[in-house]
Write a protein that binds this ligand. Structure first.
Ligand SMILES: [Zn+2]
Length: 55
């Protein structure tokens, strides 16, 4: 738990901790920036699909 306050990816400080998804195989917490990055990497179409929803 020594690195609990540091991002598992960029090793930066984590003002607000984001818990990584189990399938990401990341131990520890993520900063908002890396969390968003991982979301995008693992679920590239998720957000776009919502906004592209046809009326
Ligand atoms: Zn980070």
């Amino acid at each position: 738990m020594a690195d609990a306050d540091k991002c598992a990816l960029c090793k930066g400080s984590v003002p607000y901790k984001y818990v990584a998804m189990p399938e990401w195989n990341i131990k520890g917490v993520l900063c908002g920036k890396c969390y968003s990055q991982k979301i995008y990497e693992h679920y590239p179409g998720e957000h776009v699909r919502v906004s592209m929803d046809k009326k």
